[in-house]
Design a protein around this ligand. Sequence first.
Ligand SMILES: Cc1cc2nc3c(=O)[nH]c(=O)nc-3n(C[C@H](O)[C@H](O)[C@H](O)COP(=O)(O)O)c2cc1C
Length: 243
Amino acid sequence: MGMDTKALRTFQYGLYLLSAVDEGGREVGCVVNTGMQLTSRPYRVMVAVNHDNVTYAAIKRTRRFALTTLSREADMGLIGGFGFRHSDAADKFAGLDVDHTAAGLPYVRTAAAAVVECAVVTALDAGSHEVFVGEVTDARVIDPKAEPLTYAYYHDVLRGTTPPAASAFIADEPAPAAGPAPAVPEAVAEPAPAPAAPAESGAKHHFKCNLCGYVYETADDELPDDFRCPMCGAAKSMFSKLD
Ligand SMILES: Cc1cc2nc3c(=O)[nH]c(=O)nc-3n(C[C@H](O)[C@H](O)[C@H](O)COP(=O)(O)O)c2cc1C
């Protein structure tokens, strides 16, 4: 039997912020691509959450979560902040436009299309991740004009990567190559320019973030001391010079 993991890459997903409040009242959250409506009678939604995520522990204990659909306006700072750091290392909601669902779960209003709040009705341990099925207890459209961000757009246009904690992580997948983003139709490319595009012509040095795999291209042969990874926020010391 063949095992071509490229087959798994044909699945389509959106990109969401999953949030919860832990038992101590701390607001936590992470990026997930594994979120979907599961049933219509009653309205139930599922998410798959890695056992090592801080957000997992909060949902497991409090049995509530909110799932915010990101829009194409989402930048790599937002996705990197929620998708590559743990909530015990930072208040991920600090400085963002945050509101709360009926049960008091936080959600961001910036670059967000909608949010649903759920009460967990059942959970399934699926291996690296646990599947939580939640009944929808509150649902709000945040921006009716927002175009939901897809996992494909995140990879192909924003040049994002997927960390091992994601359920759709594929171990043998190559990191995104340096250089300009692939050509995309203008209407698609316009709202979110690719972050990996060279800052100026003649750029020739590449630095790779060891945390999230982002490749930064610049004409300078050193990164400034206060440089931060535009995708995951890692400091300059996390970068390796490729050439
Ligand atoms: C594109 C992308 C997709 C992700 N998908 C998932 C997912 O479906 N499930 C999951 O548990 N983690 C996923 N992650 C990883 C979590 O967002 C990441 O482990 C985060 O740092 C966990 O934060 P926390 O410990 O504060 O909960 C994804 C990350 C990215 C960037």
